[in-house]
Write a protein that binds this ligand. Structure first.
Ligand code: PGA
Length: 254
């Protein structure tokens, strides 16, 4: 199902797999139409299926990343790229090593930078120099995009973030104990995200239903960082039925 609401395109898919395939199809279309596309990429559990679908498409010769460039949204801090919990490691294992990006074309914030401020500045400069064509986003239960937590400054660029208690709790499932979850991260800011030409936001599962409703129908407020996307002129949301559980009736009535 495809619905247009308030300038946004919203796809509601039956389940996680069809949500993932739809997202992969849009990323592949972007790279097919513009081979040297600059992709903004996300981590977390939601995009895993999308990366799997893109790898399948690559293996079947349906998409080619040889000219594409990528910038990831965020990385824990401090963390070594070789740490299996790092987003460097995640991207390498789940996507990059299976497809054909040219070496040096994949960028992530440096989780080990000695001068974080300088590293954030350099990351911003590289992003602005290239310009992101398509930014993929997940959404946290608290409305964060990237690691831009509630009470975010909408005008922020890449910066060091102190993670929300809720985010640390949500991410604890990837670690042995909650104490191991890093408490800080380097994240693109809302300004970087809003600068992308197109945005795709994916969400799956009932736990995301309330925040999806707040993001689409609520006020634009730093308390719900993703609500700022109401002001972006090219947002496509791809949700499964469960994540769309609180908005379907409202969208039908609109
Ligand atoms: P998740 O995280 O995909 O693991 O739910 C989303 C996010 O925090 O942005």
């Amino acid at each position: 199902m495809r619905i247009n609401y308030n300038g946004m395109t919203i796809f509601v898919k039956d389940n996680y797999e069809s949500m993932s395939k739809k997202a992969a199809a849009l990323v592949a279309a972007q790279v097919t139409l513009k081979a040297d596309s600059v992709l903004g990429l996300a981590t977390g559990s939601t995009p895993e299926g999308m990366y799997q679908a893109l790898v399948q498409m690559y293996l079947q010769d349906e998409v080619d990343f040889s000219e594409a460039i990528s910038f990831n949204l965020d990385e824990y801090y401090p963390i070594d790229a070789s740490n299996p919990q790092s987003y460097h490691y995640y991207m390498e294992e789940k996507f990059f090593k299976h497809v054909n990006f040219k070496e040096g074309n994949n960028h992530l914030p440096d989780g080990k930078a000695l001068d974080v401020e300088e590293a954030c500045k350099a990351y911003d400069e590289a992003i602005y120099e290239h310009g992101i064509d398509l930014q993929v986003l997940g959404i946290g239960n608290n409305g964060h995009i990237g690691f831009n937590e509630p009470d975010v400054h909408f005008e922020s660029s890449t910066h060091l973030v102190k993670l929300d208690v809720g985010t640390i709790e949500a991410n604890a499932r990837f670690f042995e104990t909650i104490e191991e979850v890093p408490t800080r991260a380097v994240s693109m800011g809302i300004k970087n995200i809003m600068h992308a030409k197109k945005i795709i936001l994916i969400a799956s599962g009932e736990a995301k239903a309330d925040i999806i409703e707040a993001m689409i129908f609520g006020d634009i407020t730093p308390k719900v960082p993703a609500s700022i996307l109401q002001l972006h002129n090219d947002v496509t949301m791809i949700l499964d039925q469960a994540a769309a559980g609180k908005i379907l009736a409202k969208l039908m009535a609109a």
